[in-house]
Design a protein around this ligand. Structure first.
Ligand code: ADP
Length: 191
């Protein structure tokens, strides 16, 4: 399975990504996690990405695309993957299409978690207290939501047009959301 998990900041992508990846036996590839690991290790990639992340902006496509290309080429992603947080721009959609096509495959499904934006701000502020992520302040959260609306929401129509979009209600208990995603993806896997 080659899957994408989308949704606004704080929709619970990271949590669900791990469950979905385990169920379908593919690696969960989170661009946010890869960037954060690079920031904390002080790599050149981390240095390049940090100022964008801290202000809630997207890291430039050129940097992000290159990073994903390298990750997707690793052996564990050969038989499939779940992308969490990529693609987020139309240019990234094109780039991913190219990566997938050049390996002779296709995307199976794009799951979008739908959530209530106000609920999300509260969730993220709470996460800020637990995890201490520097981009979980209220101003930066709101900026991340704006950037998502401007640059990433348009991708939903792109994938809907292709007939691979699955919208899942992301509100409520974590387990319930997971069950909804599994139910939808089981249908895809059987088809
Ligand atoms: P969120 O929960 O806000 O969606 P992530 O952990 O997925 O957070 O990403 C954190 C930050 O990493 C983003 O705000 C952005 O700066 C950067 N980032 C992650 N994925 C991408 C991407 N596909 N393109 C550009 N920037 C990205």
């Amino acid at each position: 399975m080659r899957l994408i998990l989308m949704g606004p900041p704080g929709a619970g992508k990271g949590t669900q990504a791990q469950f979905v990846a385990d169920r379908f036996g593919v690696p969960a590839i989170s661009t946010g996690d890869i960037f954060r690991a690079n920031v904390s290790q002080g790599t050149a990639l981390g240095l390049a990405a940090q100022r964008y992340m801290d202000s809630g902006e997207y890291v430039p496509d050129e940097i992000t695309n290159k990073m994903v290309r390298i990750r997707i080429d690793e052996a564990d992603a050969e038989s499939g993957f779940l992308l969490d947080g990529y693609p987020r721009t139309l240019a990234q959609v094109d780039e991913l299409d190219d990566m997938v096509a050049s390996s002779g495959h296709r995307l199976d499904a794009v799951v979008v978690l739908t959530v209530d934006p106000e609920e999300i701000v509260a969730r993220l502020l709470q996460r800020a207290q637990v995890e201490g992520r520097p981009d979980d302040t209220e101003d930066v959260i709101r900026r991340r939501q704006e950037v998502y609306a401007e640059q990433t929401e348009p991708l939903i129509e792109v994938y809907r047009t292709r007939g691979i979009l699955i919208e899942v209600d992301g509100m409520g208990e974590v387990d319930d959301v997971t069950s909804r995603i599994f139910a939808a993806l089981d249908v895809v896997q059987q088809s």
